[in-house]
Design a protein around this ligand. Structure first.
Ligand SMILES: [Cu+2]
Length: 271
């Protein structure tokens, strides 16, 4: 009972006395509702950190290239960066839902956040720093991929990828074969020359962690190195008409011997 009363009177005092910013900051953390919000916020932040570190990677497709591994790291990193922000929002929501004002009198007004200078400065600077980390990290990763593509261009396997409504086809020009399944040898750099014969599609071999637009009359190039044996899902990631959702096929990363066998049994030659 006494706790309930003191909480309300402290909120009124704060409004009536118009404290200086220094006093406001100290008083803020003496308020019961702020303390509860902080505890809920820390709880939710911990939940998001656990989700990001241990659950999220399990939901993602298997990483079968260093590009996909880098992608996974970035996704986990971004989840951790956003955990305290999402935690604070959930903390405020939890506090608001579990401590609703009861009775027939209107609830007392709290101080308006839009006129709280220190709060605005803190959240602008902190989210600015988070955005900067994200941009720099992303640019560094794109640079690493571009450098790898240049240094491995000579030894790479070339696959011409063509999208059409609503199938993918893969032409191995050096081997002289064509397929509707994406077969790739392990640990050999691969360059995809991607185009379309009709509308815009987007070539997305999911487990390889790369994705690029397939445009009519245009060739876009993407590079990766498959580093794990197994099945690949190939999808279209650009809305391209009625059966867009069904524009998918499969493929496989196989040993060099198996790949060469697959090439020769389909009438091609090893190259
Ligand atoms: Cu498509």
């Amino acid at each position: 009972m006494s706790e309930h009363n003191s909480e309300h009177s402290s909120e009124h005092n704060e409004l009536d006395l118009k404290p200086t910013p220094g006093q406001r900051a100290t008083n803020l953390f003496k308020r019961k509702d702020v303390q509860r919000t902080a505890v809920f916020g820390i709880f939710w932040t911990a939940v998001f950190v656990v989700l990001g570190l241990y659950i999220y990677p399990k939901w993602m497709p298997e990483a079968m290239s260093t590009d996909m591994k880098a992608m996974e790291k970035i996704m986990v990193g971004f989840t951790l960066i956003s955990a305290p922000i999402a935690g604070l929002v959930m903390g405020i929501a939890t506090q608001a839902i579990t401590n609703r004002h009861k009775g027939n009198t209107p609830p007392p007004d709290g101080p308006a956040i839009r006129t709280n200078g220190p709060v605005v400065v803190v959240w602008s600077v902190v989210s600015g720093i988070f955005c900067l980390i994200a941009v720099v990290w992303g640019i560094m990763e794109v640079n690493t991929m571009a450098n790898a593509a240049t240094s491995e261009a000579g030894t790479a396997l070339h696959v011409q990828v063509t999208g059409s409504q609503w199938v993918w086809s893969f032409k191995y020009a050096d081997q002289g074969i064509e397929s509707d399944k994406l077969m790739l040898p392990l640990d050999r750099p691969v360059v995809f020359d991607v185009t379309s014969v009709d509308v815009n599609h987007s070539f997305w071999p999911v487990q390889l962690g790369v994705k690029v637009d397939a445009n009519r009359l245009q060739t876009t190039v993407i590079h990766t190195v498959p580093n794990k044996l197994g099945r690949i899902d190939v999808k279209c990631a650009e809305l391209c008409g009625l059966y867009h959702a069904y524009m998918e096929t499969t493929g496989e990363v196989m040993t060099t011997t198996d790949f060469n066998n697959w090439v020769t049994t389909n009438g091609g030659h090893v190259a």
